[in-house]
Design a protein. Structure first.
Length: 154
């Protein structure tokens, strides 16, 4: 069994390279960064999400999410509405313009990264997806449990 340190190093290095390339592609082709795309994607899959939930899901600070959200509100990609149950809370939703940009970004990233993943056989691609989903689910369970502990103590 390979050392965990080697595995985490490789995963981290690959993630860093993919993120850098993705950010560059999105900036050049669509004028948004990877951070904004991640927020748009999160809101596309989980509409009417609060910023603190987005931050927790993306492993970022609320301040960094807030800065990006303000930029995207100004660009008409997002809309902020009051929570009907708690008027102090604001929910952030993706606009149709934001939806279109998110779809265009996913297409651009798919097109750009396809040659990299073509180096793997179909079976290897299926295996890596299954492995990454397992790791993702395991790590997200820990993040959600930690978040719930923090909420309970407040």
């Amino acid at each position: 069994m390979p050392p965990v340190a080697d595995t985490t190093y490789l995963l981290d290095h690959i993630a860093s390279l993919l993120a850098k390339q993705s950010d560059q592609v999105l900036q050049e082709q669509l004028g948004i960064g990877l951070s904004q795309f991640k927020i748009l994607r999160a809101l596309q899959t989980e509409p009417r999400t609060m910023q603190r939930e987005i931050a927790a899901n993306l492993g970022q600070t609320e301040a960094s999410i807030s800065r990006q959200v303000k930029l995207m509100l100004a660009d008409g990609l997002l809309q902020s509405i009051r929570n009907s149950k708690d008027h102090r809370e604001h929910l952030t939703i993706i606009t149709p313009k934001g939806e279109r940009l998110t779809e265009a970004a996913m297409i651009a990233l798919e097109r750009y990264h396809r040659p990299t993943f073509a180096a793997l056989t179909d079976k290897q691609q299926e295996q890596i997806i299954a492995i990454l989903r397992t790791l993702h689910d395991q790590l997200c369970q820990g993040v959600h449990a930690e978040s719930e502990k923090k909420q309970a103590s407040v």
